[in-house]
Design a protein around this ligand. Sequence first.
Ligand SMILES: Cc1cc2nc3c(=O)[nH]c(=O)nc-3n(C[C@H](O)[C@H](O)[C@H](O)COP(=O)(O)O)c2cc1C
Length: 165
Amino acid sequence: MERVLIYYSLDGHTHFLAEQAQKLLGCDVYRLQLAKDYPSKGFAKYYTAGRNTVLRFPHTFKQPLPDLSRYEVVILATPIWAGRVCAPMYSYLKQAEFAHKDLYLIANCSGGDVSKCFSIIKNMKHDGHVRGEISFINPNEATFGSDSARLKAFCDAVLLNKSFQ
Ligand SMILES: Cc1cc2nc3c(=O)[nH]c(=O)nc-3n(C[C@H](O)[C@H](O)[C@H](O)COP(=O)(O)O)c2cc1C
């Protein structure tokens, strides 16, 4: 079974988690990169990224989007912005087609609610079948001691194509 993990990361937490998940899954990984990324700090970062998420701003990407034809399983990893799926991942989801694919969702936040993000993705992507979801709070080297067992359980479910809550 072929798997790919597709993610966006602005501050590096989702990037870190994607690297850890790749080690456990041995899957292909694709990082979504914007043609023009957000500022890395300051008021403009939060204002622009938050506003664009709420307004569902349509982003363009630096590279062509991945060809999913050879994958049966797609793992999507996204930061939470303004309580929802971040604008770059939303833009990707608008363009991607997941017909007949199993989907697993990872959301990273700073402690807020992630349920709206998962609902938005599930409501958008009727063509794919969501088998599992998990969230982390700002995952990084320092938190990984406590996060690793949960990530391992999630990745084991992905490898066995089992559901995960
Ligand atoms: C514009 C913006 C809005 C955010 N909104 C939320 C939020 O509503 N709830 C929350 O828990 N975290 C929020 N965060 C924090 C990120 O979801 C969290 O730090 C995440 O781990 C970042 O992932 P990344 O480092 O891969 O970009 C926000 C961050 C940004 C930049």
